[in-house]
Write a protein that binds this ligand. Structure first.
Ligand SMILES: Cc1cc2nc3c(=O)[nH]c(=O)nc-3n(C[C@H](O)[C@H](O)[C@H](O)COP(=O)(O)OP(=O)(O)OC[C@H]3O[C@@H](n4cnc5c(N)ncnc54)[C@H](O)[C@@H]3O)c2cc1C
Length: 567
């Protein structure tokens, strides 16, 4: 079943659930008028549906490959990437000063979702460029900005993010790559990086690597790390790709999914690089890129989930098995259990999309107003969006296979690809466990202030909805109250006790936010009440079991020793 970009649902959420109008009403984003919003979503939807989606299977069957040290892209990716670059989609949210459109992140994220639903492996390429653009805008010198930003924004060059080393994954602070000043303002960067997405490409004329490395006087740990721009080709005096830099792709990984995205082992040998930001402050600069990428990965999760759901729905409407008490037609969608799966999938996708876009709106409002409250809210919602939307991607894709029965297990059907592709999403850009620890640790170092503000907001909304939808509003209010009590218990705990319940807490929070989103949708459009009922009556109750785990702390987990885990 061909993917169809969910333009209507995205527009509904922007208008009725996440308050995008508030963003468009700010002077900073006044260009995002309803007409422009409509035009952007429609055009991005068209490219996603007509140009990118047809490439998804080709990339899966014909992975990117390495020939003579250079990456050769999957069939059709050149045309697909050209459509993205020439359409100006890479620079949608980038500063107009360097060729971008300066549009809200909420719109850029909507486009990310549609393009990744259409072809995740290819969409990863502009995703990384976007993150690099933002990191340079915030931390690059004027010279670096002038040289790199216009070409990254136009898509002529692309960006990568080089953190991971064989022994330094989550523990980035243990990295060993080095950078030595050459005395002319540049640095000699050496080291090996692994898992570098789109570390080389035949779709662009230069690949720009942002590389984390340690200066000779850098202290051990994350505080001693600096960030460098290390291009594949050194720009000449006119800013065009010149001499080859001393870096190379050693090999490509063979992966479970996203076969069209080359995942490279990179070797840097005294490669020429330029410092980005202050010495020893590379993690702060890289975090700009990572935060951007985390939310974009959330959008990837929603995109793949939407695509998997569409695929499963089409199959369920066409496949006939037996009769049901409600229909003689025999289409499996008429069986209660299949309907259960599809309804839950749609409810999950709607909730996840709302959470991601609500985080984007908070980022836009923080940019537009500079208000600390919006900044704190965006920071709080980012790990929830990243972890929850990507977990949902796997769950929905998993259900998608189940809806197909045996055919789901057969590659030609296409359902399995969504599951294989989605599986990386909870792992990269910081595993979902690390996102949850970030939520209950750093993001709640304020004693839970932002969490309590969000819970208050959910309850105010539920109070207001009581007259029209008393049972649904009551359930959402009660779930928020249980979350409040668990939050009070959580902030009183030591850090490792919090960490033990972090994943459960994050999911419970997402459940409540999902309930809130569906309640708003049902209030705005009575036609959405049935789906809201699925979310609130069937999925939201999970919060009770999750919050029970939150209260358990860590001790019980450590009582299960390695001997208990062995067979
Ligand atoms: C396809 C693909 C693309 C990637 N793209 C890029 C890229 O472009 N650039 C880049 O730099 N990297 C990239 N990565 C690397 C990716 O970000 C890492 O794989 C990820 O951060 C996890 O690191 P790790 O694999 O070393 O796992 P580990 O760090 O070894 O983690 C293993 C497990 O232990 C848990 N764990 C580790 N430390 C802790 C802790 N302190 N507390 C609790 N749990 C912990 C983790 O959550 C995980 O479950 C990519 C990886 C893949 C597979």
């Amino acid at each position: 079943m061909p993917y169809r970009a969910p333009v209507k649902d995205i527009r509904f959420i922007l208008d009725h659930v996440v308050g995008f109008a508030e963003v468009a009403a700010t002077p900073r984003f006044s260009s995002a008028t309803p007409d422009l919003t409509e035009a952007i979503l429609a055009e991005a939807g068209r490219i996603s549906t007509d140009v990118l989606a047809p490439l998804n299977r080709a990339g899966d069957l014909n992975p990117a490959r390495l020939e003579n040290g250079a990456v050769v892209s999957s069939p059709g990716y050149a045309e697909g990437y050209r459509a993205i670059a020439e359409g100006g989609w890479v620079g949608m949210a980038a500063s107009p000063e360097h060729g971008g459109m300066g549009l809200p992140i909420a719109l850029a994220l909507s486009v990310d979702e549609m393009m990744s639903g259409a072809c995740l492996a290819l969409q990863l390429k502009p995703l990384l460029s976007k993150g690099q653009i933002e990191a340079l805008e915030h931390h690059g010198s004027d010279a670096l900005k002038a040289l790199y930003l216009p070409k990254l924004t136009s898509g002529e060059w692309s960006g990568t993010m080089n953190l991971t080393e064989p022994h330094a994954g989550t523990d980035v602070g243990s990295l060993r790559s080095k950078a030595v000043p050459k005395g002319d303002g540049t640095y000699a960067v050496s080291g090996q990086k692994i898992f570098i997405t789109w570390g080389d490409s035949d779709l662009v004329s230069n690949v720009c690597h942002l590389v984390l490395a340690r200066l000779p006087d850098g202290v051990p740990g994350t505080k001693g790390i600096s960030l460098f721009m290390v291009p594949k080709f050194l720009p000449d005096a006119a800013g065009n790709p010149g001499a080859r830099n001393s870096l190379r792709v050693v090999s490509l990984e063979h992966k479970l999914g996203i076969h069209g995205s080359p995942t490279c082992v990179m070797q840097f040998e005294d490669a020429t690089g330029w410092l980005v930001g202050e010495p020893h402050n590379g993690m702060a600069a890289m975090f700009t890129m990572m935060n951007n990428a985390r939310l974009s990965v959330a959008a990837q999760g929603v995109g793949v989930a939407e695509a998997a759901l569409q695929h499963a729905l089409a199959y369920a409407e066409g496949r006939r098995q037996g009769v049901t008490p409600v229909s003689q037609d025999g289409a499996i969608i008429e069986h209660a259990d299949v309907r259960r799966m599809l309804a839950a999938m749609r409810a999950e996708v709607f909730a996840a999309r709302s959470i991601a876009l609500s985080c984007a709106v908070a980022i836009d409002m923080a940019t537009a107003t500079g208000a600390a409250d919006w900044k704190a809210r965006a920071a709080f919602l980012t790990p929830i969006a990243k972890a929850h939307c990507t977990d949902i991607a796997c769950e929905v894709a998993h259900q998608g296979v189940q809806v197909h029965g045996g055919m789901g297990f057969i590659e030609e059907t296409g359902a399995a690809q969504f599951l294989r592709d989605a599986r990386i999403l909870p792992i990269y850009e910081g595993t979902n466990g690390i996102q949850a620890m970030d939520l209950v640790g750093r993001k709640m170092a304020d004693g839970g202030e932002v969490a309590f503000r969000l819970i208050d907001e959910v309850q105010r909304g539920a109070e207001a909805a009581r007259a029209k939808l008393p049972d649904l509003a009551g359930d959402v209010w009660a779930a928020a109250e249980a979350l409040r009590e668990a939050t009070e218990a959580l902030v009183a705990m030591g850090l490792n006790d919090r960490f033990a319940g972090a994943v459960a807490y994050l999911r419970a929070f997402a459940r409540v936010l999902g309930g809130q989103a569906h309640l708003k949708a049902a209030l705005a459009d009575a036609g959405r009440e049935a789906l809201a009922r699925v979310m609130i009556r069937r999925l939201l109750p999970e919060h009770g079991a999750l919050l029970a785990q939150v209260r358990e702390g860590a001790a019980g987990l450590y009582e299960v020793g390695p001997d208990d885990l062995a067979a």
